[in-house]
Design a protein around this ligand. Sequence first.
Ligand SMILES: O=C(CO)[C@H](O)[C@H](O)COP(=O)(O)O
Length: 215
Amino acid sequence: MKIQLALDRLTISEAIRLTRLVESDIDWIEVGTSLIKEFGMESVREMKKAFPHKTILADTKTMDNAKYEAEISFTAGADIITVMGNAPKVTIETCIEMARTYQKRVMIDLLNTSSEQLKSLLTIEDAIFCLHISKDEQELSGKNEWKNSEIPAAYPTPSHTIAAAGGITIDSLSQLLAGGIDIAIIGSAITKAANPSEAARQFNQLAKGGVFINE
Ligand SMILES: O=C(CO)[C@H](O)[C@H](O)COP(=O)(O)O
């Protein structure tokens, strides 16, 4: 399982400093939607410049204007962009076409995506599908558990790459690992930890098949 570090509600320099602390224990770096909204594509450019060998995901959460958003993200250095699963089909297809042109990838965020919409997206074999418990659901609606029953139910097919995001902890990571999730997107549990390097080490150890023992 890969670990994607989600960087949100930070300045660009804080994001770079934090990532340096955990770099060896994470696989992909997510430039969070909040960084993109606050600092624009400069945040993507700066992260790619600081970590040229890492995969950079720009969490654009594209809903419209796909060609424009994909183009500015890929030229800024993003290796992956995100599009919402409940966006118009033409928007999702345009993101996929742009990614193929730039030889990059697309993650489809399944937040609020109906099973019918999901079904219609299953033909896109090269996309990454992301199960998502949103920040507002976590903080305002008290939904912060990854229920076993929801994981397989939302699965496209075993051939698709599946990510999960939203309030992931060491406990839920074991559950997601057992559920066959390929990419765990972890934000606060690392970025807000008292010791981010230690937190990232524990997540990575578990994700790579080791057993985490809380000593
Ligand atoms: O997409 C996001 C917010 O919309 C974040 O990437 C996701 O929620 C992960 O962060 P956290 O672990 O803090 O929930």
